[in-house]
Design a protein around this ligand. Structure first.
Ligand SMILES: [Zn+2]
Ligand SMILES: [Zn+2]
Length: 285
């Protein structure tokens, strides 16, 4: 099955090319994300993280508190600069912000280490302060900082979840068993369409119930529905009338192309719009 091919920078490029062919309207945004995901993948092999030092929580799940993720600061700083360069080329709005950030980092007016730490401690004030000081869009600063630490987060999650398959089989919650954050996407895979969730924060993938809302754990089928279009048979949007949230689902039995979850999430923004028009909310912003 295509979904089990190990992710490489080459497979990310192939997945992006297939999506651009399928949905040309997304070409510019997919180009932007493809560059970021490729350099993240390339950075992974160079990461220096003392995974043995990870503090595992006392309870079964989640395995770790978000604040205890270990970040390779040097690699993340390098990525921050590279992502700013990508943003600089993306569009006129991003160019100005990326240039301000690059120059502030080079002249040490912005120190990135505390920003990475602020992300893990959900300290929004650190971002607000810099956004105000440099008159830049805070959301873009948060976005680039987060994308810069993402390879480190994935490395932590891979290490922590290495022996988890068996333990996870009885796991019933909709939040990530590694870090406790909410899922960003779900898939149906293999014979019988087993359902998996993808963490919005550390990218861990875990099996889940086929019919259940991952956000409020509602299993009442009268309150669980999905939005579906005949034109895009591989997608559906699962909606829950109990908590009014939705999650996008990709049926990998129907895609027949290389799948990379973070790209798929971008190429389905029209599904987010439809779900929101229908009165449902995204759980992950
Ligand atoms: Zn996670
Ligand atoms: Zn729900």
């Amino acid at each position: 099955m295509t979904e089990n091919i190990p992710v490489t920078s080459g497979s990310i490029r192939q997945a992006a090319a297939a999506l651009k062919k399928l949905r040309p309207a997304y070409t510019a945004i997919l180009d932007f994300y493809e560059e970021i995901f490729v350099i993240q993948k390339e950075a992974e092999s160079e990461l220096k993280i003392d995974t043995a030092a990870l503090k595992i929580t006392d309870q079964n799940f989640p395995l770790i508190s978000v604040s205890d993720f270990i970040i390779d600061t040097e690699a993340s700083e390098l990525l921050f600069k590279k992502i700013c360069e990508i943003a600089r080329r993306a569009n006129a709005y991003m160019t100005g912000i990326a240039e301000i950030m690059l120059s502030a980092v080079e002249t040490e007016k912005i120190c990135l280490k505390p920003l990475f730490s602020a992300l893990l401690h959900e300290e929004d004030s650190a971002f607000e302060k810099i956004a105000r000081e440099f008159d830049i869009d805070k959301a873009i600063l948060v976005f680039i900082a987060y994308q810069s630490i993402r390879p480190s987060l994935s490395r932590n999650a891979e290490y922590l979840s290495a022996d988890m398959a068996e333990k996870e089989s009885g796991y019933e919650k909709g939040c990530c068993p590694v870090c406790g954050m909410l899922p960003a996407l779900s898939t149906l895979e293999g014979e019988g369409g087993r359902r998996f969730l993808f963490c919005s924060f550390c990218r861990h993938k875990w099996p889940t119930f086929r019919i259940a809302c991952p956000f409020c754990e509602n299993r009442n089928t009268e309150k669980l529905h999905y939005l579906y279009s005949e034109e895009e048979k591989e997608y559906r949007t699962d909606v829950c009338e109990s908590c009014e949230k939705y999650i996008k689902t990709v049926d990998l039995r129907k895609t027949g192309r290389i799948f990379y979850a973070p790209l798929e999430q971008i190429a389905t923004l029209h599904l987010d719009m439809k779900a929101k028009e229908g009165g449902f909310k995204s759980a992950v912003g």
